[in-house]
Design a binder for this molecule. Structure first.
Ligand code: GLA
Length: 385
């Protein structure tokens, strides 16, 4: 276990034991993720290139021999939620964190899995609001834990699909498959090129001398606040207008000929060009061509800024600082759903100290703080510890 995982493990064990008076049956860990390139392409049946990271969510669980679930969140002052698995589960406006728990239980049961009650403690070390998928990590860890308690073993891709349903149907964000799928299927030392239509996974090794840096802008974001779902609707409208099942099936020529309104056209253009950039970036990574990879990241950021319009000025400034500090051997872009959150940068490991120093000196969050900077190498997906 890494020291970071050990500290989290100790914390979730301590919370569980303090609350329930005994040790849990098992602890499950599911990681957060960072997407290297391929943004807002997943729900358009396109391509993404994410990797699992070190920060994660852990779920400590013990089976109960009834249908009652009692759950506590160590990161929210040991806040508690409890409910019966049989009763219709509804959202709990008082405790938004619990919606991910209730939503996952609901989705598992709707998928036909017979769950038993449980005692659960949850703890995580993913920065909140950074867009590093703390919610997907929670859903995936919880799903794996609940199924393990019921002696049910399912494929990790299936687990990710159920987590996506929890988020779409219960929480209300019409998100794609990327976040739960990489949390469930992540592979140490690798990014994964995911074909979001077939759910095929292609390993994309990240060489040891390449560092992935994540900088949290400090601009917090909310997926459910409408922007995300609005972008998704625009993409679907563009696909419908071009008579294709999803934007994955459209070409730039078709887009030119479609006579779409200017905004819808820009949204679709982002998705079409981003799909190609993602495939090209996977090729560049396979060749260890960081210069090409960095150029594709820069183009991706401009496309998110100008065509998809999901960046914000502090993020644009942060990306520019990163790009300047990194130079030609690598690159940077905003990562995740947009309107805040984190930027991701790829660079030779030898450059990390200089880039970190430059960002620490130049960037301040909206609260005037030095930003959280994480230096990562891809880690594994969900596991029972
Ligand atoms: C969020 C969603 C993902 C994906 C990204 C944008 O993280 O959960 O499904 O759409 O935004 O690439």
């Amino acid at each position: 276990m890494t020291p970071q995982d050990q500290a989290l493990y100790d914390r979730v064990m301590a919370s569980f034991t303090a609350r329930f008076g005994h040790a849990p049956d098992l602890v499950v860990r599911a990681p957060g993720r960072v997407n290297l390139i391929g943004e807002h392409t997943d729900y358009n049946d396109g391509f993404v290139l994410p990797c699992a990271i070190g920060p994660a969510t852990m779920v400590a669980i013990s089976k109960r021999h009834d249908n009652h679930v009692e759950v506590m969140a160590a990161d929210f002052g040991d806040a508690r939620d409890q409910f019966g698995l049989q009763s219709p589960l509804e959202r709990n406006p008082e405790q938004p964190w619990a919606d991910y728990v209730r939503g996952m239980m609901c989705a598992l049961q709707n998928a036909g899995y017979a769950l038993s009650g449980a005692k659960i403690a949850i703890a995580g070390n993913l920065p909140k609001g950074a867009g590093l998928s703390s919610s997907a990590a929670l859903e995936v860890a919880l799903g794996k834990a609940m199924l393990a308690c019921a002696d049910i073993d399912i494929d990790n891709t299936r687990l990710a699909q159920i987590a996506q349903l929890a988020e779409c149907d219960f929480v209300g964000t019409k998100c794609g498959i990327m976040d739960p799928l990489i949390s469930a299927q992540g592979k140490a030392g690798h990014a994964l090129l995911i074909d979001c239509r077939s759910l095929g996974l292609t390993d994309a090794p990240v060489p040891d001398d390449v560092a992935i840096m994540i900088v949290h802008s400090g601009v917090t974001r909310g997926l459910v606040d409408g922007h995300y779902n609005a972008r998704r609707r625009q993409c679907e409208a563009a696909a419908t207008a071009m008579s294709v099942a999803a934007l994955r099936d459209a070409t730039l020529d078709m887009l030119e000929a479609a006579g779409l309104d200017p905004v819808t056209k820009m949204r679709a253009r982002h998705v079409l060009t981003e799909n190609q950039r993602t495939l090209d970036a996977a090729d560049a990574l396979a060749k260890s061509d960081l210069a090409a990879f960095g150029m594709l990241m820069a183009q991706s950021h401009l496309s998110m800024r100008d065509d998809f319009e999901i960046t914000v000025p502090p993020i644009d400034a942060l990306v520019a600082m990163l790009q300047k500090a990194i130079g030609a051997q690598g690159g940077a872009r905003m990562t995740g759903g947009g309107f805040g959150g984190a930027c991701v940068a790829v660079m030779p490991r030898a450059k990390v100290a200089d880039v970190q120093a430059a960002i620490t000196a130049q960037y301040r969050t909206p609260d005037g703080d030095i930003p959280i900077i994480m230096v990562e190498h891809p880690g594994p997906g969900v596991a029972i510890l």
